[in-house]
Design a protein around this ligand. Structure first.
Ligand SMILES: *Cc1c(COP(=O)(O)O)cnc(C)c1O
Length: 367
């Protein structure tokens, strides 16, 4: 079986470094808000290109806290997409705000910037683009619209660590960048983790209080807070792994190139990369009218594939009571055709070649 993820491959390669990082934490005996987190916050915000950075519990928390820290709440609206992971939208609702869904660009699967302005109302407070699959959203038009309408821009970078838009790293372009370190992401922890990258000092100070029970000094609580911190063990692993991020992204790009060269593009629509960006291929997503058949066929041939995502957010049962009445034709069409093929830094060239051969033989009478 060619697996979609296989974390054992990583651990068997990095075992000594991972064990060493963890042993240092155990020997220091500090598990929450210690040196590892502080070092990682400095390293990762420098990497992204922001003045401040805060490690939190998860990407979901990063989004929730970013929205809250900007003072967006009950009755406010945030423009975003329905073609995303559920957390992007949950974070809006959990703040009492409402998402306003905009359709996506059918080629890069990110927000269709031409459809944003029509959806701005007097309640709109922010635009929340998602750099989906590792491909940056078209940020310049988004920034322009935001400036003209006095809106914040919150970037969901959970799938795009290291991706660049016109030479700038995602997460440093809008007001706040939110990241996830879920194990499968381009930079993944060995458990949950998240990050908020930003330049505004006072928002950063508010976020630091928010993440730590609303505590301004020990046992003094000035506001209702959360418990959302990156822990020392995860930070130690991330401090080690971040040194590999660029190398691993390059590896993903090289493997994607092999897919692009070998897959028969008359059968499959391959991922496209806009001129303004690089693509760090968190996922390698093709599109085909025969998606379900191909997925089943691949499994029979011992190749795991996945769908990101099969049901658009506005059609999820968790939101059914809201009667979300959207017509998002591209989002809905794409969700029926997309298929994610295995792609990560631990796969070998021969595996990608094998998958391409199997894919190109689909429909062969001997199969
Ligand atoms: C993974 C992901 C998140 C959530 O991250 P968690 O760390 O799992 O909470 C949010 N948005 C997108 C687009 C993601 O891919």
């Amino acid at each position: 079986m060619i697996p979609f993820f296989d974390f054992k491959r990583e651990y068997s390669t990095l075992k000594d470094e991972i064990n060493k990082s963890l042993m240092e934490v155990f020997n220091k005996g500090i598990f929450i808000l210690g040196e590892e987190v502080q070092n990682f916050e400095e390293k990762f915000s420098k990497y992204v290109g922001t003045d401040y950075g805060l490690g939190v519990n998860s990407g979901s928390d990063a989004l929730f806290m970013a929205i809250k820290a900007l003072g967006i709440g009950v009755g406010d609206e945030i423009i975003t997409v329905s073609h995303t992971f559920i957390s992007t939208v949950d974070a809006i609702y959990r703040n009492g705000a409402n998402p306003k869904f905009v359709d996506i660009n059918p080629d890069n699967y990110c927000i269709d910037v031409l459809k944003i302005e029509d959806n701005i109302t007097d309640k709109t407070r922010a635009i929340l683009p998602v750099h989906l699959y590792g491909h940056p959203a078209d940020m310049d038009p988004i920034l322009k619209i935001a400036e003209k309408n006095d809106l914040y821009v919150i970037e969901d970078c959970s799938q795009a660590h290291g991706a660049e838009y016109k030479g700038r790293k995602v997460g440093s372009i809008g007001d706040i960048g939110c990241f996830s370190f879920y194990p499968t992401k381009n930079l993944g922890a060995y458990g949950d983790g998240g990050f908020i990258a930003l330049n505004d000092e006072s928002t950063y100070e508010n976020l630091k209080i928010l993440q730590n029970y609303g505590q301004s000094k020990k046992y003094h609580y000035d506001s209702l807070g959360l418990n959302s911190r990156l822990d020392e063990m995860q930070a130690a692993i991330l401090n080690m792994k971040i040194e590999y991020l660029d190398k691993w992204n390059k590896r993903r790009i090289n493997l994607a190139k092999i897919y692009n060269e070998l897959l028969d593009n008359s059968l499959y629509k391959l991922p496209s990369v806009e001129k303004y960006s690089n693509h760090v291929y968190h996922l390698y997503v093709i599109s085909t009218a025969k998606r379900n058949e191909i997925k089943e066929y691949l499994l029979k041939k011992e190749v795991q594939s996945m769908i990101h995502y099969p049901i658009p957010v506005h059609k999820q049962i968790s939101y059914s009571s809201l009667n979300l009445n959207y017509r998002l034709p591209i989002t809905e069409d794409v969700s029926k055709k997309i298929l994610s093929l295995p792609l990560n830094q631990w796969l070998i060239v021969e595996e990608i070649e094998k998958i391409c051969e199997i894919m190109n033989n689909y429909g062969d009478i001997y199969d």
